[in-house]
Design a protein around this ligand. Structure first.
Ligand SMILES: [Zn+2]
Length: 442
């Protein structure tokens, strides 16, 4: 098994110690290959990054031993392979969805205890993906997705033109195959298969993808994570790269057609990450869910106060500078973190309940349900605008904020949400840009 146990080893070894007792109590009359709802024991985040063992119900299971419900199927291992042309465009693929699991449980009463680590990881994946699907049903956001959703556990590599690309410490949605890959985890924290926030993040990417597929141009222009991964892998063997910076001044920046495409692609990727982080928070209720698995990723803690200082032109120059050959490029997660912080701010409850973290909740924020609904509307509004102007107009982070506010009916500086949003993007936004003051009647 490729998993490093570490934190979960402790959890799992406690479990193993209690197994002899469970053996005495266990009953094996019902092999878990019959359809129905199953009660299973798995580790869950309580919303603060503290994981403890809990009993959950997995609904509409078709075959628990094979890890299949009517909405989710978990497979194990497998090496997907793709063919790519000389420009890095993917041409054909063999998804190699891996093996149908043969999961092992001990049954005590009506509760199923995973009896090996692999089963524990797969059961947790099955539970979370099934719950995340239900979570998005409230908003009708599953429309257009194919079911059952396919989740591959413990994918350690994929092949490009027969060249092996190893992967670790990541979970990803792969649009090319429409599957989720959970890579082996070797950091000293919570393995990604157990991090519900991370899994909801990946699921959100597939919702964004379905929406972008409605637009012909975007279908061709938005990069897939698989291509990204391959480019990064190739870059790793090349020389050291330089960090890109924007220009100091706010001078007009001209972008060529291909630069404009890349600039819009980058912001679109950043918004995709931001929205995925935001729903990861809403699902897990933990704004620092990423840090449960990657303690260094403090910039992605949604509850940390942030300020995005770059102007519209500076964003253009930053991306333009990042396109030079020796540049490290720009991390879409890091840029997206500012928009995610904005969504977190908007999701503040209306009453005096404070969300965790450094931010002060605006009294007129939209609340959790309101922000989730508005964010889904925003995705389609944004992608429509991007499709219309992909090669002619740069849609910056601030432009995205303006689109979010469209139709919200917020007015002027008396709105706390407007004021705090402008404070978050001081380089680009004035309140009057997105929360216009009502015209005074003469
Ligand atoms: Zn992501």
């Amino acid at each position: 098994m490729k998993y490093e146990f570490r934190k979960f080893y402790k959890f799992f070894s406690q479990w193993v110690k209690s197994l002899p007792l469970l053996f005495l109590l266990a009953c094996h009359q019902n092999p878990p290959n019959q359809s129905g709802n199953y009660r299973v024991r798995i580790p869950l985040d309580d919303g603060t990054g503290h994981y403890s063992e809990q009993t959950v119900e997995i609904p509409n299971v078709k075959n628990l031993a094979a890890m299949a419900t009517d909405t989710v199927v978990v497979r194990n291992e497998g090496t997907p392979s793709v063919e790519a042309d000389s420009n890095g465009n993917l041409t054909s693929a063999d998804p190699s969805f891996g093996n149908t699991p043969n999961a092992h449980f001990l049954k005590v009463g009506d509760i199923y205890y995973p009896s090996d680590y692999e089963t524990l990881a797969m059961s947790t994946l099955l539970y979370h993906f099934s719950s995340i699907k239900t979570f998005f049903d409230r908003f009708g956001a599953n429309e257009g997705l194919a079911f059952p959703r396919m989740v591959m556990n413990d994918v350690a590599e994929f092949k490009v033109n027969d060249q092996v690309v190893p992967m670790s410490n990541n979970a990803r949605y792969v649009p090319f195959f429409d599957v989720f890959w959970i890579n082996p985890y070797s950091e000293d924290n919570v393995s990604l298969a157990f991090n519900g926030g991370v899994l909801a993040h990946e699921y959100t990417h597939s919702i964004f993808q379905v929406e972008s597929k409605k637009y012909e141009k975007l279908k061709l222009d938005l990069k897939t994570t698989l291509e990204d991964e391959w480019q990064k892998y190739k870059a790793r063997s090349s020389q050291e790269c330089k960090t890109a910076f924007p220009s100091d001044d706010d001078k007009e920046v001209k972008l060529s057609l291909s630069e404009m495409k890349k600039a819009n692609n980058l912001i679109s990727g950043a918004l995709n990450e931001a929205i995925a982080d935001y729903y990861g928070f809403e699902y897990s209720k933990n704004p620092s869910f990423i840090m449960a698995s990657f303690s260094n990723a403090t910039d992605r803690d949604l509850s940390k106060e942030k300020k995005f200082l770059f102007s519209y032109n500076q964003q253009k120059s930053w991306i333009k500078n990042s396109l030079s050959k020796d540049s490290c490029g720009i991390d879409t997660h890091a840029v997206g973190a500012y928009f995610a912080a904005f969504l977190y701010l908007a999701s503040c409850p209306h009453d005096d309940v404070k969300l965790p973290g450094e931010i002060h909740c605006p009294k007129d924020a939209l609340g959790s349900e309101g922000t989730q609904r508005q964010t889904l509307k925003f995705i389609s509004r944004y992608l429509k605008q991007l499709d219309e102007n992909f090669t002619t107009e740069f849609v910056s982070l601030g432009e995205a904020v303006k689109l979010f506010f469209k139709g919200l009916g917020k007015k002027g500086s008396e709105s706390e949400l407007c004021r705090q949003t402008a404070n978050l993007f001081p380089g680009e936004l004035k309140i009057s840009d997105f929360c216009p003051e009502e015209k005074k009647k003469k």
